[in-house]
Design a binder for this molecule. Sequence first.
Ligand code: CA
Length: 524
Amino acid sequence: MRKLSVHFSLIISLLIIVLISSAQSNRQKPNILVIFSDDHAYQAMSAYGNKLISTPNIDRISKEGAILLNNFITNSLCGPSRATLLTGKFSHINGYKLNERKFNFDQEVFPALLQQNNYQTAWIGKLHLSTLPYHGFNYFNILPGQGDYYNPDFINYKNDTIRYTGYVTDLITQFAEEWLDKRDTTKPFLLVVGEKATHREWLPSLEDLGAYDTINFPLPKTFYDDYKGRKAAADQDMTIDKTMLLTNDLKVHINYSKGFYSRLNEDQKKVFAAYYDKISNDFDERKLSGKELVKWKYQRYLKDYYATAKSLDRNIGKILDYLDRTGLSKNTVVIYASDQGFYLGEHGWFDKRFMYEESLRSAFVIRYPDVIKPGTVVKQVISNIDWAPTLLDIAGTKIPSQMQGVSFLPLLKQHKDIVKTWRNEMYYHYYEFPEPHHVHPHFGIRTVQYKLIHFYEGMDTWELFDLKKDPNELNNVYSNKENIKIVSELKTKLKNLIIQYKDDEALKLFLNSEMKNTSKNHLN
Ligand code: CA
């Protein structure tokens, strides 16, 4: 009798173990939804401290999950950021250093590894890699290149290009929901929703025109930066003053027969004209010049930028509602991230590219019910090479050793040991030059307190910023005698990162510059 009861309790125990492990394996395969926007600056979100406007739906993801405060991009540009998202590798390894090239989709991309782990995968919206994503994706419906804000074309997985009537952000949401409706519900999914917003030239949805006209946006502290001590910053072509275009960017006397404005249909043009004609007439009457003109341009830029972002946040809300309505919220990881940061007038600029904070740092919020504690704040140094490993980790899929990043899932779970031992620095390398914005190629290291940058091609300069003392990066203290030690330490760390990440081109440039510096010092 005793023997029988031992057997019985053994069977019960085994049954419990089987039930728990099967629940865990289901739990280990959550759906993953990545909403990936374009040029949406972290400082444009209330989750990241903007008090003038609000982004309630991005904030909702952050409040119900985690926010990364130091999420840095390794090459602050649209296409390269997407290539790094897909591969978990730096541009010099995945081969995608510059925009408008053909991404090699034959290489290892994380969605293909998820497919091998029973996931069905889809990319809907902007991809911008000039190659159709047949490898790694069961389904896609993407914008060709940059895509259009109004009545855009989409290329589907049958390679048919179809033009749709409507506003791009609304259409992308609609297509995402339609795919979720028709997906194979027996499998977990990865869905990447690639947003066009808030990329230049910031065409808001009709319902959002003038949404921020009552706000007078304050000028950033660095708006009138004189670029003293920073040669590359002085040599760029991305100021609101000189580079931003009155007609194409700021919609003064729009020419509806040209370019992307010609996509608008008659009804849409009427609504556009009703709003922008008044602005154009007012602009004519003011006859602005000098600082007054720049300030006017800045206000118009931000009003359209934020209005474009308003539709983006609303559409994120629509997707969150869809997940709630369909019961998917519970087992779906939701990520909202931008491909890089963006200048909203800081240093007098728009665009990105530089290793300075506004373009280096990117927004990243993530919700993972029952795994990430609501309200988690992650301050550690994370880089976009870590995104793919993290997504694989979430899906319980093996991370290939060739991937250059590491999973930050333990950080999201706030595992104490990991929090203590996590890396304190990241490596950056930007290439695209001279077109379109004349930002000299550069590489560098950012630690918690310092940033060391080397600009090359057309110049051989170094910059050092103490981010604690000078968070706006106005004082290049590289040549200050008291910084000799910290420069030397940072150079050693930088060289180690270059070697670790196998950036052979940077290593040559680094050694060359060091050799020149040494011989210069000898001559002195
Ligand atoms: Ca971008």
